[in-house]
Design a protein around this ligand. Structure first.
Ligand code: PGA
Length: 248
């Protein structure tokens, strides 16, 4: 019913030739993979070149500025990333929230702009360590969704993908346990039901991210509410990324 998705977030890694090599290696091995949508979020400067390679991998942008055009030196507009063949965008990643001060209202603007350009938002949410330690992670994540995503109408929310990425698990090697992941994913689905309805809640893919790798993906993906993964470090190696894709 809902899509299984494995997405690689390459972050600020790889030089041009390395990016092409990785994309090509994954593309070649994908021939035998069925029923999983595979996405790559390379650094934006490589997307045009990667889009020329015939591939089942969908291309996403890690970032964009939610304006059509104008005097915003150094930024890349939603129109520009759409124009080079991007289909998906990351919005609300904890690194953008923390290092670039992207707040709830700016993230809401990014969601709206992405949808205006028929781009699929992969909306990231997740709590920092101190929030988990104070046992308030459910309220925290629910609030992130209410502030930047749940203003959407029934038609538009169904165009989105949600990624739960506990901040304490990102790049730390400290993966959420299967129980922790499933509990939050089930909660997110229950909020979708509360704000929309059961059919919509059942149709939206919710990915897990945070030190997901070839050894733990199978266990994480076996949860009923985990529909795939948003992978950082382990997406930079074709073999491990492929193993994750084949973990369903
Ligand atoms: P990680 O990153 O897999 O390296 O923890 C995930 C992410 O930030 O999307």
């Amino acid at each position: 019913m809902r899509k299984k998705i494995v997405a690689g977030n390459w972050k600020m890694n790889l030089l041009n030739a390395e990016a092409i090599k990785l994309f090509t290696e994954i593309t070649t091995s994908l021939a035998t993979v069925k029923n999983v949508e595979v996405l790559a979020f390379p650094p934006s400067i490589y997307i045009s070149e990667l889009s020329l390679i015939e591939s089942k991998i969908g291309l996403g942008a890690q970032n964009f500025y939610p304006k059509d055009k104008g005097a915003f030196t150094g930024e890349i507009s939603t129109a520009q990333i759409k124009n080079i063949g991007v289909t998906h965008v990351l919005i609300g990643h904890s690194e953008r929230r923390a290092y670039f001060n992207e707040d709830h209202s700016f993230l809401k603007e990014k969601v709206n702009s992405a949808l205006d350009y028929s781009l699929t938002p992969v909306f990231c949410c997740g709590e920092p360590l101190e929030i988990r330690e104070s046992n308030t992670e459910f309220e925290y994540v629910k609030n992130q969704l209410i502030e930047s995503l749940f203003h959407l109408n029934e038609t538009d929310i169904q165009k989105c993908v949600i990624a739960y990425e506990p901040v304490w698990a990102i790049g730390t090697g400290r993966t959420a346990t299967v129980e922790q992941a499933e509990a939050m994913h089930a909660a997110i689905r229950s909020w979708l039901k509360e704000y929309y309805n059961e059919t919509i809640a059942a149709s939206i893919s919710i990915l897990y991210g945070g030190s997901c790798n070839a050894s733990n993906a199978k266990e994480l993906f076996s949860n009923p509410n985990v529909d795939g993964g948003l992978i950082g470090g382990a997406a930079l190696d074709a073999t491990s990324f492929l193993q994750i894709i084949k973990s369903f």
